[in-house]
Design a protein around this ligand. Structure first.
Ligand SMILES: Cc1ncc(COP(=O)(O)O)c(C=O)c1O
Length: 317
């Protein structure tokens, strides 16, 4: 398999380490953490893998301004802004929400970087694609628009590559679990599995919307991937396995349950799960492990990053 042209800003391979203490009582499984929170510092988390492909395409198309979008504490937007700055490109972030009185987390880092931030309401965000295109049309320099989460057929290459990396680190891994926020990570992993004709099971825990939404979204990223890169891969919608039920009170909202879980995991492993993605995903993973609904024996859970978002929840800890 040949990868399209890409940059290599993500520090790879990320470590695959055993979870030593947290799952001690569930001894049916061997559980590993794939530390994709180690892809870098300013450029950290799962988005960097996708951006290696997206930013290369943008650069080769002659773009010198990147426009993308997300929630006010979006990890993707922060990673994109730093990536673009490193390449000498300008950035406009379309963020959903209001400017808080205390600047913190990813938003603080974006502010420090001095990128353009356009705030929109939840209602306006429903047509964020249009908003980004109209910003692009008004700029003096050529611009490239990256969809929410970098989740499209180009960004998917990042997790096709990650799938291969995990298999090279340990070919006896039989299940991979991650969080789904915009579906690109899951789509890339599933494409990676199909492209290498592997029996590995791919599962994700949704942190917003529901199972039906993600099955449709992931399926559509995969279809666009196949048509753009000319692959004929076969899958059915039922192969897109989403562990639903852990969104809690909503996207980027946590309660006592999630906060306690984050503390419990940190106390046990010395590793911080972020409130928006990895904590909810790990919660869902633990629940399904206990219920025996996770297939396989050796499981890699991908820590997709998000540590800066934690600072926006300081009152919960
Ligand atoms: C830390 C973190 N983990 C997981 C995800 C979810 O990944 P995806 O958007 O590819 O579903 C995101 C972004 O949405 C993220 O920032």
């Amino acid at each position: 398999m040949e990868y399209p042209a890409h940059f290599n800003e993500a520090h790879l391979p990320t470590p695959l380490i055993p979870v030593r203490h947290f799952f001690k009582k569930i001894n049916k499984y061997e559980i590993y953490l794939k530390r994709d929170d180690f892809t870098g510092v300013e450029l950290s988390g799962n988005k960097v893998r996708k951006l290696d492909f997206l930013m290369k395409e943008a650069w080769e198309k002659g773009a010198r301004h990147i426009i993308t979008c997300g929630g006010i504490q979006s990890n993707h937007c922060r990673a994109t802004a730093f990536y673009a700055t490193k390449l000498g490109m300008k950035t406009t972030l379309v963020l959903r929400g209001e400017m808080p009185r205390n600047m913190t987390g990813n938003l603080l880092l974006n502010r420090l970087l001095g990128v353009d931030i356009k705030l929109v309401t939840k209602e306006e965000y429903k047509r964020v694609g249009e908003i980004m295109e109209s910003i692009a049309a008004q700029l003096p320099e050529p611009a490239y628009v990256i969809p929410e989460g970098g989740s499209n057929e180009v960004g998917a290459w990042g997790y096709i590559r990650a799938f291969k990396e995990i298999m090279e680190q340990d070919s006896s891994v039989d299940t991979i679990v991650s969080a789904s926020g915009s579906g690109g990570t899951h789509a890339g992993l599933l494409l990676g599995k199909l492209l290498s004709d592997s029996p590995v099971q791919i599962l994700s825990v949704n942190v917003c919307d529901d199972e039906a939404y993600f099955v449709k979204k992931i399926d559509s990223i995969m279809q666009r991937f196949c048509s753009r890169y000319n692959y004929s891969l076969l899958w059915e919608r039922k192969d897109i396995r989403i562990l639903d039920g852990f969104v809690g009170s909503g996207y980027a909202q946590i309660g006592r349950k999630e906060a306690t879980f984050i503390k419990r995991f940190a106390h046990s492993e010395g590793i911080v799960l972020d409130p928006v993605y990895t904590a909810k995903a790990m919660l869902g993973f633990e629940y399904n492990l206990k219920n025996g609904t996770i297939p396989g024996k050796k499981i890699a859970f991908i820590h997709t990053g998000g540590i800066y978002g934690t600072f926006a929840f300081s009152e919960m800890f």
